[in-house]
Design a protein. Structure first.
Length: 414
């Protein structure tokens, strides 16, 4: 950083050039300035409060990692819409700064992340994110404890209805019929298998690495009377075995890591009978891109978002024929908006849950700030950025008796 220019001057000049929405910045010395286009008398959509010069430096030069750490530490506060502020950071100039940071550290970063995607590393990574206890997630997920993109047939649907609609949408893509044997890799709290057993009469097996999810799924299967038809296994996907008519994986592939994509799809081919149908439901990007270091450091260790081309290429090498691709990007934005409202409405309950788990008051606030940034950042990126939610429907080998159109997916829905 040039010695003759202060951090504040640099931050002012850069923000003045890059702000794409009405944005106010309050500096640590009491100075307040507004950037971006005029707001037609409504004031800025958000206010960025920089409490120290180090906070400004972190936001300016540290990319998402520097900004996220400063925000979680309370050195940065946000007034108004956090998502609009994140949208400002999607300006190409900010992206170039972040890209330069990625290039600087990418080699060492990739070497480190490979450890997370091994069988033992994957178990530790999943524990970091999911073993927070079911109570934490129960405060802001829907009644089925579904932690993945919902399906909104209209934007006014409740979250509960939209998650059930998602399960039905997937069941129709899989063309489930009574007696089908379904495997669910990364089954979460068991919602998909339980829904498919109750509504479509399947039998199935779900795999998860999270102990709290495993225990909950088994209990729910007993409570709903389908424990004689579905079972759950506390093992890595690489240990999955059996022969199945249908395959599903919802929100798990993001944890596999590019190095292990061939292993994952080898496993899919091994599990799915010839002529069987599968759906891979995953967050992804249109092209290969570095994983955000703040997310992989504090939220999803080992997380690695796949590209659409990369997935289709690996599947094609194994005669897993992609027959339909649907992008539910906007649906995930709506899902996250529901989660954010519930998260904020239950902050006191979440604080109590975190306190019961042994976190100090300071650690609780850092945790809450990280999750607020994660949820809002995801929502902004699905609406304005480069995140997609792909549902890839595929068959093992050629199947020629499938419906010619998508009409079967929507029949009977208003």
């Amino acid at each position: 950083m040039a010695p003759h220019r202060t951090v504040k001057q640099l931050f002012h000049a850069f923000t003045d050039r890059c702000a794409t929405v009405p944005l106010a910045v309050e500096y640590w010395d009491g100075d307040r300035r507004q950037y971006g286009p005029p707001s037609a008398g409504r004031g800025p959509c958000c206010t960025l409060r920089l409490k120290t010069p180090d906070a400004a430096k972190a936001a300016l030069t540290g990319g998402s990692l520097g900004f996220g750490e400063a925000y979680a530490a309370g050195e940065i506060d946000i007034g108004g819409s956090l998502q609009e502020l994140i949208r400002v950071c999607m300006n190409p100039a900010w992206e170039r700064r972040r890209g330069a940071l990625h290039q600087r550290f990418q080699h060492l970063w990739e070497r480190f992340h490979r450890r997370w995607n091994t069988p033992s590393g994957a178990r530790r990574a999943i524990a970091h994110h999911y073993d927070r206890g079911n109570e934490f997630y129960r405060h802001w997920l829907d009644d089925s404890m579904t932690y993945s993109c919902a399906y909104f047939r209209n934007p006014e649907m409740s979250l509960e209805m939209a998650q059930q609609a998602k399960y039905e949408h997937l069941c129709r893509k899989l063309r489930l019929t009574s007696g089908d044997r379904l495997v669910d890799i990364g089954c979460g709290w068991g919602g998909m298998l339980i829904y498919a057993a109750r509504r479509h009469g399947i039998t199935g097996v779900g795999y998860t690495l999270a102990r709290n999810q495993y225990d909950y799924a088994r209990e729910q299967a007993r409570n709903t009377g389908v424990d004689d038809r579905v079972s759950f296994v506390l093992e890595d996907y690489r240990s999955a075995r059996g022969s199945f008519d249908k395959f599903i994986s919802i929100g798990m592939f993001e944890h596999v890591g590019k190095r292990y994509h061939p292993v994952f799809f080898d496993t899919v081919r091994k599990l799915l009978k010839p002529g069987g149908i599968g759906v891979l439901h995953t967050i992804g990007k249109d092209h290969e891109a570095p994983t955000d270091p703040w997310i992989t450091t504090y939220i999803f260790p080992g997380g690695d978002l796949p590209s659409l081309a990369g997935m289709c290429g690996e599947m094609g090498l194994r005669a897993l024929k992609v027959i339909d691709v649907e992008n539910l990007r906007h649906h995930y934005h709506l899902t996250l908006q529901h989660w954010i409202r519930r998260f904020e409405a239950h902050l006191d309950d979440i604080r109590t849950t975190l306190a019961d788990s042994g976190l100090t008051a300071a650690a609780r606030e850092t945790f809450l700030r990280r999750w607020r940034l994660y949820l809002n950042g995801s929502a902004a990126n699905f609406l304005h950025g480069d995140l997609n939610l792909y549902q890839l429907t595929f068959t093992r080998g050629l199947v020629n008796d499938l419906p010619l159109t998508r009409e079967h997916l929507y029949a009977g829905h208003n």
